[in-house]
Structure formats: structure tokens, C-alpha cells
Design a protein around this ligand. Structure first.
Ligand code: ARG
Length: 574
């Protein structure tokens, strides 16, 4: 039941305001002693020509007789100009817990997005270059948005827009032909490709003619010359094998790997379209779309040597996506340093007369740094992700060895918790904020971390195991009494559980998975407050005990569903 709606609907019958306005006015009181919803009467004062306090009193008198409004409320009170509603705790807790347990894994989901297609582009690493911490950022945000949107019924298509085309392939072909160590390439392909790519830049600084040769190789590649295409395919294939290992570890999936190269044969149409619309102008030998009017530098469509670039491929990609997926929203999860690029692309699409350009959204994110210097000063200034993930797992294993040395499946738990800790760190704050990775902080079992939430889940599970082991009576014989869950901690916990879907809707509205991450932290906090005050295992009163058990089960379900949406698996023991 949507209690806020119930309140709003009842008030609507009494006052002359639209239901949306009433809903917008309803507040959550600052203290639990003041109830669960408050309706301020200030706004009515003008039209009703009465003091807000008096209006609140009038309203209370009118509703008071039927105080439970569909059985959901215990009482209504006036606090000055506010009309405050108190939920009937027993009924509320019963309804919420039973709903969660009945709906299980789908609790929090809806059909809200039914019939709407959303394209989510994320990860999009560059072939033959390492996958860096920024790519991990887009990967976890995008994958989470995909899960969140799908959970609410949207039909999502996840696209990995691989950086598999562009002049850098000319450089790489040159470097490969001159410096590759085939043995190293087999053993650690991305590292070797990076080594020779970095070498290319060093050498080209000394001898700039290398750039001319690289250009020629890329031109050959664009023209379909067999040797260059063979090498390009090789680079792409070995890089993809590596990337896919990482996606498997992170449990991230894509519906399409159509990268930049996929649009090679689709660019001419777009360029022609731009030209037909009279938008293409010549500038220093290049072909561009002028964006002065929008205070932006021109969007370059073709370079002076005739080669197309990044932006051209994005124009073709967006057009293709509209045609293929008929999207309602087309989302790009890409670092905020590319904001100008997307602004140029979207504006150009709009100038071309595509109304749907407004449905294209750049979901930007900040930068990532490491508090631990060692990780950030490798040659080539890159952090290898496999090393990062391995370290997270190894460090988590150390902690488990200290805290719970007898745990079974330690490695598996360390993997879920360690990798979960990294994902959690990425998704904990608003995505545009920069992140500083700090091992100690992110692996801590208390504080706002992944391990903390996972540990809370494992704790809750252990209560359930303990009670089950010690009970001699089948739980089914006991009549549950939710009215006995009348402590502040219990009510606050269940209120949190009830707010799950709301957090998801906020996350969708802002395209911010952090709304769900923060929600998971709040549930964990509320549960721990309860856990510290109440001992379930020793309770004599079976009807109270069983009700508490159900509430703990419901808590586990909600934490599991929430973590799932951000791409983290729970563990029963840790
Ligand atoms: N490959 C690019 C990079 O690593 C990101 C691609 C972003 N997506 C796009 N449609 N332009 O920086």
C-alpha cells in the first residue's frame, strides 16, 4: 500500500487542491514522535481565509472519526499548522514484511517501464589499450543502471561501444611490425600491446616521420587492405578475450559489442545527411558543423586528410541505435571529461532535425585516484585492473583469516566481498564526484562500505540459522504477532524496508545507482540498531519471536535485492 497516496487521497476529498500538489506538500516529520506523514496547511490559508492552525484542526475533526483510513493508520494529530498521520505500526509491519516475503526476488520491481526501450552504453574500453579505473567506473555504473531499469520493466539494450577504430591503429600496426615480442604477446597481450604503443610515442617524439607511416597504415586499414585488416582483427580478438575475463569476474553483460568499427560503413549516409541539411562547412581543409551559436567549438566530421573521427562515428551510432532499437532514452555512461564531445554530438543531431536528440543523455562520472601511491605510478601511468581486483580479494582474505579463520569457502567469500568492496566504492557517492581509493577505508567491516552491508546480511542469516537450530517446535504452529514488533528500532527498520522501491525510482530519475547503494547502507544501519537492542534467540514469547524472524528474513531479502541491483552478490557467512 502506498500510504502517502492514501493520506493524499483523503485530504483531497476535503480541500480544493490537486492531488499532485497535495502529494508534493506532504512531508516526513523530522522526529518519529511526530508520526509518519505531515500535511502542512499554510498554502490553504490564503484560499480558505483562515489561520493554518485552525485549518489543521478542522481537517483533523473531519477525519478523526474514521481514524484508521483503510486500516492503515493509528491516529491523526495536529502539531500547530501541521496535520500529522501515525501509521498503525502492527498493520504496517505485517503488510510490509508479508509483501516482501511473498514477492521475494521481485520485491521492489514494477512494470513501470513496460514498452519502453532504453539503450545503455557502458564500459567501451579501447582495443589494445588497458582497461583502466575509469573504464571500471563506467562498467559498474552502466551495468547497475541496466539492472535497475530492467527491474522496473524497461526493455534495455546494453552496448559496449568498443574503441576499435581510429588513427591509433595505424600507430599500433607500425609498432607491431617493428617491435613486437610475440612471446610476451601470447602471455600478456594487453601489456605487450601497450608497451609497443608507448614505445611508438617515445620514438615518434624523436622521429616524427613515424606518424606519417602510421597514418598510411590506418588509411590502408580503412581501405580494407588485407594485411592491415588481419592485424587489426588480431589486436581486437586478443583484447576482447582479456576484457571478457574481467566482465566475467564482475558478472557484467552486454547485448551488443558494436564498437566504433561497426559504424565504418554507416558514416557516409550520416555525412550525406549533414551535407543535405546544409550544415557541413569547410574549415582549414576539414569538414565541420559550426556550433558557435551554442558556444561550442565546431564538431569535426572529416579531417583534412579525409579520415573520419570519433564524433562522426558517434553520430552514425546514435542514428543507428534510433533506427534499430527505437529508444525512449539513449544513455551514454562516459567520463565527464567528454561532456563537450557529447554536447557537440547531441547538438549536431538536433540541428540535423532529429527530435530524438533530446532523448540522448550523457551520464557523466568523475575521476578516480589512489591514496596508495604504489598503484598509480606504473610505467605508462596505468593501473592494471586485474591487479587491482586481485589485491582487493587478497586483502579481504587476510581480514577473513583474522576474523573468521574457520570459515568454509574462504576464497569464494573473499572474491565476492573484495570485488564487492570495489564496486561499492564506485557506486557509493553521486557519480560526478571524484573518488580516492583507500584500501583500509573500503575494506572496513564498519563504516559505509560494501563489506559492512555484506557483513550485516551474513549476521542476519546467522540469526536465522541459530533460531532454526534451537527450535523444537515447527514454526508453522505459531501464530505470528506483528503487534509485538512495537519497538522504535523495529518500526524504523521496517519503514526502511518499505522504502526500497522509492530509492530505485530516485535512482532512475537521476540515473544515479548511488541512490540504491545509499539505501542499502541505511537498511544495514537500521538492522544493526535493531540487532544491538534485541536478542531474538533467547525470546520466550514464540509469537513475538516468529514475527521478528520474519522481519529478519525480509531484511535479508531486501539487502540481497538491493545489492543485486548494484552488481554485488551476498554471502551467507563471512
Ligand atoms: N572508448 C572511449 C574511451 O575509452 C569511450 C567511448 C565512449 N562512448 C562513445 N559513444 N563515444 O574514452
Amino acid at each position: 500500500m502506498d500510504y502517502k497516496k492514501v493520506v493524499a487521497q483523503r485530504i483531497k476529498q476535503l480541500v480544493d487542491l490537486d492531488i499532485e500538489i497535495i502529494e508534493g506538500l506532504i512531508e516526513i516529520p523530522p522526529k518519529p514522535e511526530m508520526g509518519d506523514f505531515a500535511f502542512p496547511c499554510f498554502q490553504l490559508s490564503k484560499t480558505m481565509k483562515k489561520a493554518p492552525n485552525a485549518i489543521a484542526n478542522d481537517l483533523k475533526e473531519k477525519i478523526d472519526g474514521e481514524k484508521n483510513l483503510n486500516g492503515g493508520f493509528e491516529k491523526i494529530e495536529c502539531f500547530g499548522p501541521y496535520l500529522n498521520f501515525f501509521l498503525d505500526k502492527g498493520v504496517f509491519i505485517k503488510n510490509t514484511v508479508e509483501k516482501i516475503l511473498a514477492e521475494g526476488e521481485s520485491y521492489g520491481s514494477s512494470k513501470m517501464g513496460e514498452g519502453k526501450n532504453i539503450v545503455v552504453e557502458y564500459s567501451s574500453p579501447n582495443i589494445a589499450k588497458p582497461f583502466h579505473v575509469g573504464h571500471l567506473f563506467t562498467t559498474v555504473i552502466g551495468s547497475s543502471l541496466y539492472k535497475i531499469l530492467s527491474f522496473e520493466g524497461y526493455n534495455c539494450t546494453g552496448i559496449n561501444h568498443l574503441g576499435d577504430w581510429g588513427t591509433q591503429f595505424g600507430k599500433l600496426i607500425y609498432a607491431y611490425k617493428n617491435w613486437v615480442d610475440e612471446e610476451a604477446l601470447t602471455k600478456e597481450p594487453i601489456k605487450e600491446l601497450l608497451r609497443i604503443y608507448v614505445k611508438f610515442h617515445d620514438e615518434a617524439d624523436i622521429d616524427p616521420t613515424l606518424n606519417e607511416q602510421a597514418k598510411m597504415y590506418f588509411k590502408n586499414l580503412e581501405d580494407g587492405s588485407a594485411e592491415e585488416v588481419r592485424l587489426w582483427t588480431k589486436f581486437r580478438d586478443i583484447s576482447l578475450i582479456e576484457f571478457k575475463k574481467l566482465y566475467d569476474t564482475l558478472n557484467v553483460k552486454f547485448d551488443s559489442y558494436a564498437g566504433e568499427s561497426f559504424y565504418c560503413d554507416k558514416m557516409d549516409d550520416v555525412i550525406k545527411d549533414i551535407e543535405d541539411k546544409g550544415l557541413l562547412v569547410e574549415s582549414n581543409g576539414a569538414k565541420v558543423v559550426m556550433l558557435d551559436e551554442y558556444n561550442m567549438p565546431p564538431c569535426i566530421i572529416k579531417k583534412s586528410d579525409g579520415a573520419t573521427i570519433y564524433a562522426t562515428r558517434d553520430l552514425a551510432a546514435a542514428t543507428y541505435r534510433k533506427k534499430t532499437y527505437d529508444f525512449y532514452k539513449n544513455i551514454y555512461v562516459v567520463g565527464k571529461d567528454q561532456s563537450l564531445h557529447f554536447n557537440q554530438v547531441f547538438t549536431t543531431l538536433k540541428l540535423m532535425g532529429n527530435k530524438w536528440a533530446d532523448d540522448c543523455k550523457h551520464v557523466a562520472f568523475g575521476t578516480v585516484r589512489f591514496a596508495d601511491k604504489k598503484l598509480s605510478t606504473r610505467k605508462g601511468d596505468v593501473i592494471f585492473l586485474d591487479e587491482l581486483l586481485n589485491q582487493a580479494v587478497a586483502k579481504t582474505l587476510e581480514i577473513i583469516n583474522l576474523k573468521n579463520p574457520d570459515l568454509e569457502n574462504k576464497e569464494d567469500v573473499a572474491k565476492k566481498v573484495g570485488i564487492g568492496a570495489i564496486i561499492f566504492t564506485y557506486l557509493k557517492n553521486g557519480r560526478e564526484r571524484d573518488i580516492v581509493f583507500n584500501w583500509e577505508e573500503m575494506l572496513s567491516f564498519d563504516g559505509e562500505t560494501g563489506p559492512y552491508v555484506q557483513y550485516t546480511y551474513a549476521r542476519a542469516k546467522s540469526i536465522l540459522r541459530k533460531v532454526e537450530e534451537n527450535s523444537n517446535k515447527p514454526a508453522n504452529d505459531v501464530v505470528l504477532d506483528y503487534n509485538k514488533l512495537n519497538s522504535k528500532e523495529e518500526f524504523e527498520l521496517v519503514k526502511q524496508l518499505e522504502g526500497f522501491q522509492n530509492s530505485i525510482l530516485h535512482a532512475i530519475d537521476k540515473l544515479e545507482p548511488s541512490m540504491v547503494t545509499r539505501y542499502a547502507i541505511e537498511v544495514a544501519k537500521a538492522f544493526n540498531k535493531f540487532y544491538n537492542q534485541h536478542n531474538i534467540a533467547n525470546l520466550e514469547d514464540e509469537s513475538n519471536k516468529q514475527a521478528k524472524i520474519k522481519m529478519v528474513e525480509a531484511t535479508c531479502q531486501v539487502i540481497k535485492n538491493a545489492l543485486n541491483l548494484i552488481g554485488i552478490e551476498v554471502v551467507d557467512r563471512m
